[in-house]
Design a protein around this ligand. Structure first.
Ligand SMILES: C[S@@+](CC[C@H](N)C(=O)[O-])C[C@H]1O[C@@H](n2cnc3c(N)ncnc32)[C@H](O)[C@@H]1O
Length: 329
């Protein structure tokens, strides 16, 4: 079998797994009824099937960023018990009472999952030191479902590159969002041996749907999915997730970053929106929140310019990087 045949059979196995997940239920296992979370049935069904393709391979593991209460991590670990599985989450979001880490650990015990490890860290720190967890293993299946801002999406993909197995597959959740698709498209454009294998979207976020539509999304791919695969011998057509041609929102990043009140941007946006909708009650609420956030950062905000903040005051005025020790000049 030449190398192309090898790649073709792996691609075919991944394609079969996607078709199976699209047509049938998630893979059942003891205790799966305990699991609830924020992902669609087809989505974790496909993750399980991808995981099963890697079962028993000692040089591989499953990794996800964004565990929440463990639905996807434990569904994969439960359906592929001979696959080492890791989940990175700093439990900083959707966790007002700080309970999610304990929920995942106790679910693991309740359903008898022994092949999953939680890495309670920010994804950037965790990916930079991932070999201290995975040892010699490379990531066979990588699920990206953490912070959804453009940079985090792109960095989740880029920092994982050195840890990915040469036949690995990446699943990116929440690809309904234009900025998530843009990060995937930018990753694909700058890493030519990666291709888009599958994409599925819904016309809007499930939270904006009717209960009936939402139930359908829950049984399906939830908030859109992109599946990326390494295709070193160029067997798949080159397709990119569609994105808006206008880059205006990404360009707005510069204004936000350089503003003296950049950290207040989300509340300021909500305040402006309630003003535009002429909703005085909501506006007042946001105004109070803005005041509170402003007071908490008053000292630092007052030291800044209104815009053009560069955060460069402590930086060198000229610094040549030396050659590494032992490199002849
Ligand atoms: C949508 S939830 C994940 C849903 C989960 N996959 C499931 O099956 O239900 C997103 C998770 O990403 C985590 N997260 C957000 N920013 C993070 C960061 N910088 N580092 C690590 N985890 C982060 C949040 O704490 C949250 O639990």
């Amino acid at each position: 079998m030449d190398r192309n045949d090898g790649v073709r059979s792996i691609l075919a196995a991944y394609q079969d797994a996607i078709r199976a997940a699209d047509l049938s239920d998630p893979v059942g296992f003891d205790g799966d009824h305990v699991l609830t979370g924020k992902s669609g049935h087809k989505l974790f069904g496909v993750l399980q099937r991808f995981g099963q393709l890697w079962e028993g391979k000692d040089d591989a593991c499953y990794l996800e960023v964004g565990v929440f209460q463990g639905l996807t991590l434990l569904s994969v670990a439960g359906a592929a018990p001979r696959l080492r599985s890791f989940g990175i989450d700093n439990f900083a979001f959707f966790d007002p009472n700080g309970k999610n880490s304990n929920i995942v650990e106790s679910r693991m015990q309740d359903i008898g999952v022994e092949n999953a490890t939680i890495i309670n860290m920010d994804y950037e720190d965790a990916l930079e030191t991932f070999e201290s967890y995975c040892g010699e293993r490379k990531i066979g299946v990588y699920f990206v479902d953490g912070p959804h801002d453009y940079r985090s999406q792109l960095i989740c993909l880029s920092l994982a590159l050195p840890h990915l197995h040469e036949q690995s597959i990446i699943v990116v959740d929440d690809s309904n969002y234009n900025h998530v698709r843009q990060a995937n498209a930018d990753f694909l454009r700058t890493n030519a041996d990666w291709k888009l294998l599958f994409q599925a979207y819904t016309p809007e976020h499930p939270s904006a749907m009717t209960e009936g539509q939402r139930e359908e999304a829950r049984r399906g791919w939830w908030n859109g999915v992109n599946v990326l695969v390494r295709d070193p011998s160029d067997q798949l057509e080159r397709v990119y997730p569609p994105t808006l041609r206008s880059r205006e929102r990404f360009e707005n990043d510069h204004t936000v970053h350089a503003s003296r009140i950049s950290e207040l941007a989300p509340t300021a946006l909500r305040a402006a929106d309630s003003m535009l909708r002429w909703n005085p009650l909501s506006f007042l609420r946001q105004r109070v929140l803005l005041e509170r956030e402003y007071r908490a950062r008053k000292r630092i905000i007052r030291e800044r310019h209104r815009g053009i903040n560069t955060e460069s005051s402590a930086l060198t005025s000229g610094d040549l990087t030396p050659l590494r020790k032992g490199v002849a000049p």
